[in-house]
Design a protein around this ligand. Sequence first.
Ligand SMILES: [Zn+2]
Ligand SMILES: [Zn+2]
Length: 397
Amino acid sequence: MSSKDWIEKDYYAVLGVEKSASSDEIKKSYRKLARQSHPDHNPGDPLAEERFKAVSEAYAVLGDDKKRREYDEMRSLFGSGAFRRSARAGGQPGGGVPFDVSDLFGGAAAGGDTRFGGGGFTDLFSSIFSGGGGGAGGPARPRGPARGRDVEAEVALDFGDAVRGVTLPLTLRAPGVCDTCHGNGAKPGTQPVTCPVCHGAGVTTRNQGSFSFSEPCRNCQGVGTIVEEKCPECHGTGGVTKTRTLNVRVPAGVADGQRIRLAGRGEPGDRGGPAGDLFVHIKVRPDELFGRTGDDLTLNVPITFTEAVLGTDLRVPTLDGTVTLRVPPGTPSGRVLRARGKGVVRRDGQAGDLLVTLDVVVPAKVSDEARAALETFAEQSPPAAREHLDARVRRFS
Ligand SMILES: [Zn+2]
Ligand SMILES: [Zn+2]
């Protein structure tokens, strides 16, 4: 669990409790939600699984008094607005872009400041919260250029495309680096100047209690430089919204609510850093005939009473053809027939089945001839087995 998670995720909302909730209330709410979303109670439901993980993660923090205090402390620090995204990182004001601490502080620390021992803010926070000092003797993690942010997108698929797999063009609008000023925000022909407040470090130091906090410089938003003549293309932010189209290969067998991760297809990294990932949320439009349970497809097929009694061969559609199923004589309504291998093809090449539920339909009206035949049939057929009800019926007669 990273400090980024702590800032982005509202664990109180996940557990549906107030910030002031007692530890008993938190425990109670967690138990209820964990029970509801437990994978054992929701087999094959990826949404429930996600939910269960989120609830467990939230409780791992809020259920532990010490961690909860640290979490509250960190959230209030960041909620105060003291930490804003640097303009150079392409942040959109109020755009609901997830806050990426490692990007922001990675960039700030790379501006020549050595106060973090090269470890960046993530490490700084870990050492504060683990009760350690400056971590002077700790191993300094080498940092490269900041990684690009992850991007989320959603695609809606037809039922058949989800079963068989499909390649789709996906158009993404995301912040990117301005081509006119190459991201420095300055009008072409001019250069950004060193920030007079932080002298280019991008950070200022503030004392709070026994801790000394370094925070991004408010004057330059942590960049270390000030743009005097703004780039006309991006108005000095260094970032513009760019549209790009990707061909996304959706594997066969995806289910509604699943999320596909395409590594390295997110936003490009800052100054040559690695790209983020693209997460595609899958929506599957329902089919008018087929349903789906895991890897099996389902289909309801009406049959007549005589077909059920005498047996028949049924020709039913599959997703890509037809299949003939033998209905044996004396088949009850609701019987499920299985067409092996006619379901969803899994990643390992094995396929699920097509499950055909037989539904004996009773005609609302019959012709005179049919009625006469049925009356003859009734005289010939044994009564329904209702002896087990008779004793109870006699009690009331
Ligand atoms: Zn500054
Ligand atoms: Zn620009």
